[in-house]
Design a binder for this molecule. Structure first.
Ligand code: NAI
Ligand code: 15L
Length: 300
């Protein structure tokens, strides 16, 4: 199945980022990818949404912001609940691509995770299929692999093919999202870059973030690369800055064209002086997911 958006510059360069088992889905082959111009943002009022609303227009995208709450500074933003399939489809109509950030971004009850992150993400993909959207950039998370033991050395470059080891129902919902993306690529030709985002905050605030930090500027670079890369079927990449103490293999993200410029290291000395290093046996010492391995749902 091929879709019809043809706005913007044609991009025909070969892309080495297709899934490891080969680009054999319905969208492989002749139909050259056209870089998107109009991009729907779910979760636009959130932390990362605020970062990308500031940076993506600078790369030439026109944004359509949506959230379940008003988006500060954007009177044109649409109030859309991801649990409402019809509303999601209406919001998606006419855009070239979707950046899917909306949902519960921390641990919660299984029922809430099911409704918002799992069903809501399926609504989004179904809308993308129905409306002929060719590219989704899915905000996955490192908590898909949060129970993976922390590497002894900081630079082992754990691969994307590390087995799923979610540390929460939240992480599990991101494993679901990645698999859903694969299904919609294989069956319907909706292409996705699933970004396992590390920690996108103004600056690193914990020892763990010296490895997982994604600066705001690098987030813009990475999401731009994910939107524009041609010939992606479904690819999973880790999303961090070029952290000296990083754990994850950034080669798949670099293959999309991502060139991180920031590093958490300048924050290291002050952070360690203030907080020390994690003790053996603690969640932060033992697991990639750190405190998420001990996180429980809020009462309400
Ligand atoms: P956030 O919690 O600040 O933003 C999420 C947004 O989703 C909120 O504005 C919220 O109102 C909206 N939302 C919640 N329920 C909704 C519903 N039913 N319908 C529509 N919108 C709804 O989270 P943040 O930090 O901006 O993260 C954005 C995305 O990136 C999330 O999917 C999160 O899981 C993912 N992510 C973020 C990381 C980070 O470091 N910020 C790290 C890894 C993943
Ligand atoms: C995530 O997946 C969360 O959405 C975000 O709020 C951070 O906690 C981040 O992971 C992290 O691991 O720092």
């Amino acid at each position: 199945m091929h879709t019809t958006h043809r706005l913007g510059a044609r991009m025909t360069a070969p892309n080495p980022t297709s899934s490891a088992d080969g680009d054999t889905g319905p969208d492989s082959g002749a139909d050259a990818y056209t870089a998107p111009r109009t991009v729907l943002l779910t979760g636009a009022a959130g932390g990362l949404g605020t970062v990308l609303r500031a940076s993506l227009p600078g790369y030439g995208y026109r944004l359509r912001s949506t959230d379940i709450v008003p988006v500060p500074g954007d009177p044109d933003a649409l109030l859309v609940d991801l649990r409402d399939q019809d509303a999601v489809r209406e919001a998606v109509r006419g855009v070239d691509a979707v950046v899917h950030l909306g949902g519960l971004s921390l641990e919660n009850t299984f029922d809430r995770i099911l409704d918002v992150n799992i069903r809501g993400t399926q609504h989004l993909y179904e809308a993308a299929r129905q409306e002929g959207v060719r590219r989704v950039v899915f905000a996955s998370s490192s908590h898909t692999v949060g129970y993976t033991p922390r590497p002894a050395k900081p630079t082992e470059d754990l691969p994307v093919l590390t087995p799923y080891r979610p540390d929460t129902f939240y992480g599990l919902s991101k494993c679901f999202g990645e698999s859903l993306a694969q299904l919609y690529a294989d069956r319907f030709g909706v292409s996705t870059v699933s970004i396992r985002i590390g920690s996108c905050f103004p600056e690193p605030t914990s020892y763990r973030m010296l490895a997982t930090w994604l600066s705001a500027a690098d987030a813009g670079r990475l999401f731009h690369a994910a939107l524009g890369a041609p010939d992606v079927h479904h690819t999973v990449v880790y999303g961090t800055s070029a952290n000296t103490r990083g754990w994850w293999d950034l080669a798949p993200a670099r293959a999309l064209g991502y060139r991180p410029q920031d590093d958490a290291e300048p924050y290291a000395a002050a952070l360690i002086a203030a907080r020390g290093e994690p003790a053996p046996g603690s969640a932060e010492y033992e697991y990639l997911g750190g405190a998420f391995t001990e996180m429980t749902a809020p009462d309400r």
